[in-house]
Every structure is written in structure tokens, then in C-alpha cells.
Design a protein around this ligand. Structure first.
Ligand SMILES: Cc1cc2nc3c(=O)[nH]c(=O)nc-3n(C[C@H](O)[C@H](O)[C@H](O)COP(=O)(O)O)c2cc1C
Length: 183
């Protein structure tokens, strides 16, 4: 089982990347193979519809998502919604329009949004789930809206046992749903 994680910011150890890693760690602990795109790997060219060539990195993202059994998306809350960087990466899913499993069809998608306030965190989580629906994915029942203003994800570690458990649950739901979907 392959779980592909995408998100964070281009800043190493950003709080949203930390959240992504925790979700993926749980999926790995349950036996999944993990591929993560975060940090510098988010520096993709602006998505160009119909372009004949993709950058090597963009192609890697598309190929990984094509093979994914489950996906995890973690976005920072920027100006009340998901970040343009994460959205640009997700725009590349358009290249899977004609794939055997188009877009994210039939795949569970764990969603996490991290902001410095509840309003943006909740809105960004909702926006991410809307995008997942549009891509024909199945947002996991549990998603996490995280207010990181209290330092709960500072320094690349999770300082809240409750949040750690919530993020782990998302990883577990991705693996469990993917296992059911493959039978
Ligand atoms: C361009 C930009 C816009 C932001 N907009 C908001 C916002 O509308 N509401 C909010 O609570 N935080 C906002 N933030 C703070 C981010 O949500 C915060 O940095 C988030 O926790 C992601 O942190 P990270 O860079 O450690 O992943 C913004 C940050 C940036 C850089």
C-alpha cells in the first residue's frame, strides 16, 4: 500500500510539514510505503494546462499520485484558505484526468490545515476537503484543523499528545480505508 503525502511550506520543519510527517509516520507504522512531497519539493512550476513537458519533479508528483492508494494533504492556512503552493501542486492532478483511476478517484485523502488562528484553520480544512471532493477523492471522516499559535507544532515536533493522537488517527483512517477499497 502506497500513501503519498503532500504539503507543508517551502520552509523546512514548517508546522504544516510537521503535521504531515506525523500522519505519514502512523501510516508507515501500520505497514504502508510512504512518499512525501514537502519543503523544496513543493517548488513546482505554475501548473500549465496542456503543456507537453513537465519538470522532472512535477512528473514525479503526478506519477506518485497515480500509484497512490491513499493521499495525505497538509496545508498552511493562508489568508483564510489553503496556500497557493499546495493548491498549485494539487492542480497537477489534472494530468490524471485520463488515468485508469482518474484524478484521486476512490482514494481516501487525509486533510490537515494549520494556521495561527481557528478561523483560517477551519476554513482551510474545509477548502482542502472541497478540493478533494472535486478530485473524486474520499476525505477521511476525521480531518484536523490546527491552531499552531500556541506552539503545538513548533521546532518540527508535536508538543500536544492530543494533537499527536488526532494526526495519527488520520493516518490510520487512510490505511484502513485504502485496505477496504482494495478488496
Ligand atoms: C502569506 C501568509 C498568509 C497567512 N494567512 C493567515 C491567515 O489568514 N490566518 C491565520 O490564522 N494565519 C495565517 N498565516 C499564518 C500561517 O497559517 C501559519 O504560518 C501556519 O501555521 C503555517 O505555519 P508554517 O509555516 O509553520 O507551516 C499566514 C501566513 C502567511 C505566510
Amino acid at each position: 500500500m502506497l500513501v503519498v503525502g503532500l504539503g507543508g511550506t517551502t520552509r523546512p520543519d514548517s508546522s504544516s510539514e510537521t503535521a504531515l510527517r506525523i500522519v505519514l509516520d502512523e501510516a508507515a507504522a501500520l505497514g504502508a510505503e510512504i512518499v512525501r512531497f514537502s519543503g523544496d519539493q513543493l517548488r513546482l512550476p505554475l501548473y500549465e494546462p496542456g503543456a507537453l513537458h513537465r519538470s522532472a519533479l512535477a512528473q514525479e508528483v503526478v506519477d506518485a499520485l497515480r500509484r497512490a492508494d491513499a493521499v495525505v494533504i497538509a496545508t498552511p492556512g493562508y489568508h483564510g484558505s489553503m496556500s497557493g503552493t499546495v493548491k498549485n501542486a494539487l492542480d497537477y492532478v489534472e494530468d490524471l484526468r485520463d488515468a485508469d483511476r482518474p484524478y484521486l478517484d476512490g482514494r481516501p485523502v487525509g486533510c490537515v490545515a494549520v494556521a495561527y488562528g481557528w478561523q483560517a484553520a477551519v476554513n482551510a480544512l474545509r477548502a482542502t476537503r472541497d478540493v478533494v471532493h472535486a478530485l473524486r477523492g474520499w476525505p477521511t471522516p476525521f480531518g484536523a484543523a490546527v491552531n499552531a499559535a500556541d506552539g503545538c507544532l513548533a521546532g518540527g515536533v508535536c508538543r500536544s499528545p492530543e494533537l499527536q493522537a488526532q494526526l495519527g488517527l488520520i493516518g490510520r483512517q487512510c490505511v484502513e480505508f485504502a485496505a477496504v477499497a482494495s478488496t
